[in-house]
Design a binder for this molecule. Sequence first.
Ligand code: HEC
Length: 177
Amino acid sequence: MIFKMFYGIIILSIALSGLNADAGVKPVLSKNAAAGMKIFISQKLLKNGGAACISCHSVTSINIMGGTLGPNLSGVYKQIGENGLKFVLKSVPFPTMKPIYRTRPITKQERNDLLAFLKYSSKVNQSKGAGKINRSRGKGLGLLISGVSIFVVLMILLPIIWKNRLFTVRRSLVEKL
Ligand code: HEC
């Protein structure tokens, strides 16, 4: 009876900590974002022959180390927003990027992919930064891990405890004989 209650409490606490951890899942790399990353790091060439972004930009939030002529784009999505980013990719207003992309425009599909990629890297950047959500995130995972490890330890310990009980009962029976 007591053991059943024990199991109930443990399973409940694991379920609850699971819920908690779920609130802080890492950003997912969507198909578009993955394609954007390939374009960014020049694994996939730009259709119209523009230079790879990585030759001038880093995205350190996801460990992409590129050239240093342009700024680190880790948090750019958060900084200039979706519309700002769309504008930059479409009209390339900067004197350094303009000569390259004016005559070799980035296609619509490529822009969408790059946008998705920079959105993703901004999210990762945020989750790595000292954001408020971040702190509860670690706790959720910690709870999950401790819940699971308590469960595993008990799963191993309980049969041993049971075994000893049976053993002592049997021994006392034997001693009676
Ligand atoms: C020749 C070097 C060069 C290449 C190649 C290049 N950029 Fe840039 N980029 C720059 C520089 C320099 C700036 C900063 C301009 C400024 O602030 O005046 C910049 C600015 C930006 C910004 C705005 C950053 C901000 O904080 O406002 C974005 C977004 C950007 N680049 C994206 C890209 C993408 C995506 C690619 C690839 C398609 C790319 N860049 C390729 C040099 C480059």
